[in-house]
Design a protein around this ligand. Structure first.
Ligand code: FPP
Length: 252
């Protein structure tokens, strides 16, 4: 069998991959370490996967780094995670630019501490003109927060006469999501053996292929990413149509 990377069809790549990076805490416990140690090791996986996605030509990569619900974790873990995220972004921003990667952040930025917000804004500015892969960090993000926020903003537009109720369609809704302008993910990967989407991109994952693996996030590497992409390439994506309809379209 050729190496996994060579088996991937470069003409049938998912344009956008989204990942729930789960299992850092369990991985750390299994090593007899503190949960934060798992998050630190998780950063190595982030670097490896960003690099791997860039190498094969994935255009958009979204990473679920911190959920709205994660604020309820013990204070030491919240503070530790926040610092890790900010320090990593600060440390890696030059590397991002060197690789022409454009950083985006989605989530409730009002929840972030001031220092984190400042660092993030700087990193966003520094990578704003990069034109290669888009790296989207979901930070203080949840799908329900995003939908509620969109509904409120749309209602405000209607109230102030800027939008007619009759004109609201799918495009309008998409414009008010934090992912406005980004294509929907075609492949969603969750590590560490949980079979849920946990409030992640609830609207955008409507037609995504879901891939679950038992590998814990700190152990997840390019080879695991290739396995997920190969699995994706073996699926039939029907978008509500029949198998025959899809095949006729492909044969044309
Ligand atoms: C889930 O594992 C992981 C998180 C809540 C944090 C993810 C963050 C990182 C990997 C650091 C990333 C850094 C950057 C720059 C993106 P868990 O704690 O829920 O694990 P468990 O389910 O085993 O407890």
């Amino acid at each position: 069998m050729p190496p996994l990377l060579d088996q991937i069809d470069k003409n049938n790549l998912p344009k956008h991959i989204a990942i729930i990076m789960d299992g850092n805490g369990r991985w750390a416990k299994e090593q007899g370490q503190d949960r934060l140690y798992g998050h630190y090791q998780g950063v190595e996986s982030v670097k490896n996967i960003v690099e791997g996605c860039g190498e094969i030509g994935i255009e958009y990569l979204t990473l679920y780094a911190f959920s709205t619900e994660n604020w309820d974790r013990p204070q030491y873990e919240v503070v530790g995670l926040m610092e890790l995220l900010v320090n990593t972004i600060r440390k890696e921003v030059n590397e991002l630019t060197k690789n022409n990667i454009k950083l985006h952040v989605i989530g409730d930025m009002n929840m972030l501490p001031e220092y984190a917000l400042q660092e993030l804004n700087e990193a966003l500015e520094m990578t704003a003109n990069n034109s290669g892969m888009h790296l989207i960090m979901a930070l203080s993000y949840s799908g329900r927060w995003e939908l509620l926020n969109a509904v409120k903003n749309i209602a405000h537009q209607v109230k102030t006469g800027k939008l007619n109720v009759e004109d609201i369609d799918q495009d309008t809704l998409q414009q008010f999501l934090s992912t406005s302008g980004l294509p929907d993910p075609e492949l969603m990967i969750r590590t560490s053996g949980e079979f849920r989407i946990s409030n992640f991109l609830l609207y955008q994952l409507a037609y995504a292929e879901l891939y679950f693996t038992n590998v814990r996030w700190p152990d997840f590497r390019k080879e695991n990413l290739y396995e997920a992409i190969l699995d994706f390439q073996n699926r039939e994506r029907r978008f509500g149509k029949t198998s025959d309809q899809v095949k006729v379209k492909e044969d044309r």
